[in-house]
Design a protein around this ligand. Structure first.
Ligand code: AMP
Ligand code: GLY
Length: 420
């Protein structure tokens, strides 16, 4: 099979790494890719949000199967364009991708599906939103309705902070994403990510993980795209995962199908768990980054068979063969991230790293010039390892981190603290 993966982050490097291990993969192209992906697959420059270009590229390169990594091409309808052209795709339609692209849409679906989530109000003007905040009190959560690259959520500790966030959003701080605002009850509990394959009819759990969203140790400082993750997440016990499937995910999938927008792809449910009860924080219509890295480290080659079965609507006959293992990934980010940071610093120490089925340095924001790897993004490398225990996975991951020579970067030293 000739496979095309769309994306350029650590998530796509991990997907490429898993796909390359599968003997059914004859050729792999990743567009646009990064310096680490280029070491294991062909990379191609391509505007991945332009459906027409992606279709032409796939046809010219005799692609049999396309895996879409990030949400932006999905929300832009790239999977629809590929399917219209008769290509097999892993990833939802633009209509189904609204589960991530519009928070008010998701809340409304949850209402219809009777799925447990935070109480909320949906507003198109600031005064009504502020009146709701004053009536509810703080803490309270203010969210831009649309895609805001993970930055459109403000957890307000006071009513004044919430009112300021409302003014910012309606004032255009998040562009079009903030033209509508959702205000939510602040949920207490422990967060975990649940990844479920959905083929429009059947669902198959693909794994659990816990991310570390804050930039600083002890979960301090501003939110980031994620500073590290591990899998499985012990807080998501089998019983709680089953509840999440029965009460949240399956009813959502049924509601989407009922509305003529069946969901196909990986569904990432961000859950808040309190007293054994999961509630939905958000859906994402793609793998998490860096959660994907730990899932791929644990699944290896079978990940491709699962995604392929999902795209072909064969999940009813698929199964995940879990090893009794644990994986961890530690994100190395450029100094200053998630604020402003320098680009172009040289990263040393990567050549001597042991890379095998137990440990991989996945690349996120890197490029290569004259044989040197340089940092081109905020999140730059993902030291990813697995082991019989989480401690073993952790020791391997940090041993890789310690071999990297990159004074312009940093990482959190406490990834996995909740579980260890
Ligand atoms: P989201 O972009 O919806 O994932 O929100 C980003 C982060 O904000 C989540 O991962 C949670 O940590 C937090 N968050 C969002 N909504 C709520 C809520 N209703 N209650 C508590 N925390 C929340
Ligand atoms: N790591 C969080 C996300 O991918 O949304």
């Amino acid at each position: 099979m000739n496979i095309l993966i769309l994306g350029s982050g650590g998530r796509e490097h991990a997907l490429a790494w898993a796909v390359m291990q599968n003997p059914k993969c004859d050729k792999l192209i990743v567009a646009p890719g990064n310096a680490g992906i280029a070491m294991i697959a062909d990379c191609a420059a391509l505007d991945i949000e332009d459906g027409g270009s992606v279709v032409t590229f796939a046809e010219e390169n005799s692609i049999d199967f396309v895996i879409v990594g990030p949400e932006a091409p999905l929300a832009a309808g790239v999977a629809d364009r590929l399917r219209d052209a008769g290509l097999l795709v892993f990833g939802p339609s633009a209509e189904a991708a609204r589960l991530e692209a519009s928070k008010s849409f998701t809340k409304e679906i949850c209402d219809a599906a009777n799925a447990p989530t935070a109480a909320y109000g949906h507003f198109t003007d600031a005064e009504a939103a502020k009146a709701y905040v004053r009536a509810q009190g703080a803490p309270i959560v203010v969210k831009a309705d649309g895609l805001a690259a993970g930055k459109g959520v403000i957890i307000a500790e006071t009513v004044a902070e919430a009112e300021a966030a409302i003014d910012d959003m309606f004032g255009g701080a998040f562009g079009g994403a903030g033209a509508e605002v959702v205000i939510e009850e602040f949920m207490q509990g422990e967060e975990a990510s649940f990844f479920v394959l959905c083929d429009g009819t059947d669902v198959l759990p693909m794994g659990t993980a816990q991310d570390h969203k804050r930039v600083g140790e002890g979960d301090s400082g501003p939110n980031t795209g994620g500073m590290g993750a591990y899998s499985p997440a012990p807080v998501l016990t089998d019983a709680i995962a089953q509840k999440a499937l029965d009460e949240i995910i399956k009813p959502t999938m049924a509601e989407m199908a009922k509305r003529g927008a069946p969901y196909q792809g990986i569904l990432y449910a961000g859950l808040m768990i309190e007293d054994g009860q999961p509630r939905l924080v958000e859906y994402n219509v793609r793998f998490g980054d860096p959660e994907c890295q730990v899932l791929m480290m644990r699944l290896g080659a079978q990940a491709m068979d699962l995604m392929h079965a999902c795209a072909e609507g064969r999940l009813a006959e698929a199964q995940v063969n879990w090893a009794d293992d644990h994986a961890m990934t530690v994100v190395l980010a450029a100094n200053g991230y998630p604020g402003s940071y320098e680009k172009g610093s040289v990263i040393g120490g990567l050549d001597g790293l042991p890379e095998d089925s137990f440990q991989m340095m996945f690349h996120a924001g890197t490029s290569e010039t004259d044989g040197r790897i340089t940092a081109t993004g905020g999140r730059v490398l993902n030291a990813t390892a697995r082991g019989a225990t989480l401690q073993e996975a952790r020791d391997r991951a940090y041993a890789m981190v310690d071999q990297v020579n990159w004074p312009e970067g940093f990482c959190r030293r406490d990834i996995g603290w909740r579980a260890l």
